[in-house]
Write a protein that binds this ligand. Structure first.
Ligand SMILES: Nc1ncnc2c1ncn2[C@@H]1O[C@H](COP(=O)(O)OP(=O)(O)OP(=O)(O)O)[C@@H](O)[C@H]1O
Ligand SMILES: [Mg+2]
Length: 367
């Protein structure tokens, strides 16, 4: 059984150019329209920050706080399978706090699985063809739901990686503390590599059918995780010890999952290097559908789907693929667009749909 998961009520304060907004979204489709620069993406970003604790476009949390305000706040009443909860995020210049039904949640990885959300924004069109980091982030987001403990391994790994880097940088390859850092890196790094392999296999299962539905039929897709680490703790530790001189020269660690590459091959050729731009975009969208599918299955609820302005960046055929997705998913969806007339969907009952307009940060129910 997969539970229905919906935002019933949303309140936003001092988030980017949205000074104050309250909205009661519809359970299926919410279309947010408005001219460029009026706050459409900001609205989706607020929902994403509430659900994940992070923005999908800001490097620093404080960027989202409205200029001149002290904190940004997002609160929502969320219904999941008949039960209701209230989630609240407060983003200050230095600290962020998150609370569910009035109780503070300190562990961010626990917060991030409460209300699963999948976003697709124009930058994600580069997911298949762009830097490996984007695909690693997708892997880790799925891993968070498949194997929640992976978040602890990842954060401990990253801390030890920084410490080893600093020791190498300041004291060279013979620094005595390196052994301890490398033991930690090997333990958590090997665990992370094992999780990444299982997660990549699960993503591959979901990606194949999603890509086939959207791309030209008959294109063969293959997913490979090219691991830059090892699943074996001792082999991991040895590789790090041997890499010290090289790593000092490079100024970064040459071994480990921070350099993993999730490779996508279409018809026997690397999608990054050889696929057409259209194929790369479809593959990027299919990766997001795979994320949705994996998270839905692992979490037992339909993730909220946020689609930011995909209509402007896609040609008619690919836009058709987005439409197919909108018809198919059982998630509550928020789409933003400067062209709401494109979203004619007679199959969605009027009570299941709400239209909003955003103008200079003011959100109104349209019609
Ligand atoms: N911290 C902030 N405080 C106040 N305003 C901000 C802040 N950060 C961004 N803005 C402004 O918020 C406005 C809304 O930006 P947003 O990206 O949400 O627009 P949009 O409707 O998605 O536009 P587009 O159609 O071009 O994607 C922009 O004009 C931007 O300058
Ligand atoms: Mg935008």
């Amino acid at each position: 059984m997969t539970a229905e998961l919906v935002f019933e009520r949303i309140a936003i304060r001092a988030f980017r150019n949205i000074s104050a907004a309250e909205l009661d979204p519809a359970p299926r489709l919410n279309v947010v329209s408005g001219d460029n620069g009026h706050g459409k993406t900001s609205l989706l970003e607020a929902l994403y920050v509430l659900c994940t604790s992070k923005s999908f476009r800001a490097d620093k949390n404080a960027e989202v706080i409205q200029t001149g305000a002290e904190v940004a706040q997002i609160a929502a009443r969320i219904a999941e399978g008949g039960l209701r909860r209230e989630q609240r995020a407060t983003i200050g210049p230095k600290a962020r706090t998150f609370a569910a039904d009035g109780k503070r949640v300190v562990k961010l990885s626990a917060w991030a699985v409460k209300t699963p959300v999948v976003v697709f924004h124009p930058g994600d069109l580069l997911l298949a063809s762009g830097p490996a980091q984007g695909r690693r982030t997708l892997l880790d987001r799925v891993a968070l739901f498949l194997e929640p403990i992976s978040a602890d391994h990842r954060s401990r790994y990253q801390t030890a990686l920084r410490e080893r880097h600093r020791a190498l940088d300041e004291r060279g390859p013979r620094a005595p503390e390196l052994d301890a850092y490398e033991a930690l890196l090997a333990e958590h790094g090997a665990a992370l590599c094992r999780t990444r392999q299982r997660t990549a296999a699960r993503i591959a299962e979901a990606l194949g059918p999603a890509f086939e539905r959207m791309a030209a039929p008959g294109l063969a897709l293959e997913v490979r995780l090219r691991s830059a680490g090892s699943t074996d703790v001792e082999a991991f530790r040895q590789a790090l010890a041997e890499a010290r001189p090289v790593d000092v020269r490079r100024g970064s660690a040459s071994f480990g999952p921070q350099r993993d590459e999730l490779e996508l091959w279409v018809d026997g050729r690397s999608a990054r290097r050889h696929a057409s731009q259209g194929q790369q975009r479809v593959l990027s969208l299919a990766l997001k559908v795979a994320e949705l599918d994996c998270v839905r299955e692992a979490r037992g609820a339909h993730p909220i789907l946020l689609l930011d302005d995909v209509s402007s960046e896609l040609d008619a055929d690919r836009f058709g693929a987005v439409f197919g997705l909108l018809r198919e998913v059982q998630s509550q969806v928020f789409v933003t667009t400067p062209r709401p007339e494109l979203f004619v969907m007679p199959e969605v009952a009027p009570s299941d749909r709400a239209d909003f307009s955003v103008s200079a940060g003011v959100v109104r129910r349209a019609h």
